[in-house]
Design a protein around this ligand. Structure first.
Ligand code: 4NP
Length: 156
């Protein structure tokens, strides 16, 4: 069983989208014996909140379900608990790397978009202060990368 953690800043827009997309793919492909996922934010501003209403509205239109509340990345547990820690952008990648000063978990910490094959972007844009188009782009990018994660889980 491989465990994946999606990490953004607030854990209310991008990383819950990654989690919802991957969970649907896991269900649709009956891969729950192989793969599970969660999400977290590097900041604590929104701990305990539901995903942003815009994130939920755009995601639901594509059939995704949002079931978890925001939590903050916990370096004392999460580096050990997860096999892959996938950061939604460079800034959060740096935030996570700073929590691993000895670089002990370097192999696990990656940019989510390293798994994408259809979009060349390496970062999932922060939609919080943006419009509907960026929420849609977050979904497009997460779908692309999650297909790559599924392929990774099947071969590892
Ligand atoms: P997320 O988006 O990191 O994708 O969850 C954000 C959510 C909240 C804030 C920034 C980004 N904020 O500044 O509160």
């Amino acid at each position: 069983m491989k465990r994946v953690l999606f990490v953004c800043l607030g854990n209310i827009c991008r990383s819950p989208t990654g989690e919802a997309v991957l969970n649907k793919m896991i269900q649709d492909h009956r891969l729950d014996h192989l793969l599970s996922c969660e999400s977290a934010g590097t900041a604590g501003y929104h701990i305990g909140e539901e995903p942003d209403s815009r994130t939920q509205a755009h995601g639901r239109k594509r059939g995704y379900e949002f079931e978890t509340l925001a939590q903050q990345f916990n370096p004392r547990k999460d580096f050990e608990r997860f096999d892959l820690i996938l950061c939604l952008d460079q800034s959060n990648f740096q935030n996570v790397k700073k929590l691993d000063p000895e670089n002990k978990y370097a192999e696990k910490v990656k940019l989510l978009m390293e798994f994408a094959t259809q979009h060349p972007a390496r970062e999932v844009p922060d939609p919080y202060y943006s419009g509907a188009d960026v929420f849609e782009r977050v979904l497009d990018y997460c779908e692309d990368a999650c297909n790559g994660i599924l392929a990774w889980a099947k071969k590892s």
